[in-house]
Design a protein around this ligand. Sequence first.
Ligand code: HEC
Length: 158
Amino acid sequence: MRKKWKAIVLAGIGLLVAIQLIPVRRTNPPVTGDLKTPPEVRRILGASCYDCHSDETHWPFYCYVAPVSWFVVHDVHEGRGRVNFSQWNAYPESAREFLRNNVYKQVSEGEMPPWPYRLLHPSARVTAAALDVLKQWAGPAPAPGDERNPGDGDRRDR
Ligand code: HEC
């Protein structure tokens, strides 16, 4: 019986080591059109959103440890696909307006930053005062079904 457990534990360790070898796309492409905003807005977005919605992601140590790294990298790529503040200038004006409005909506509803991220980065939580600043900049939440949404597509198609 003891032998069996030893084999299981060893196999588990082997698997953990092996999955570290799977390549993970931790990229930071060049910033081509960073969002221009008043500095207080930039500070809030930089502190709370840029890890997933920019090309200036800060990759802490756990982003190098599978399987955690898989989830983090997936979130960053999905986040950039939805809105990438580093390529803001490439969005048409209508999409920018929608995204700005949606920034306020997502944050005021507690959707962004996502809760696991808030747990790991308490300083990324958006305070009531910061939310006010975002509201001034971002405007009202968009109506459901708003067709200005650039969606989760690939920006290069547009
Ligand atoms: C841990 C990564 C992460 C952080 C940090 C983060 N987001 Fe997101 N965000 C995502 C992901 C993943 C999605 C797409 C899936 C979803 O909606 O949950 C998303 C979607 C969005 C969308 C929807 C875009 C659309 O399609 O309309 C907006 C707006 C947004 N985020 C704004 C923000 C803002 C503002 C912050 C900072 C206050 C922030 N996010 C912080 C990962 C993140």
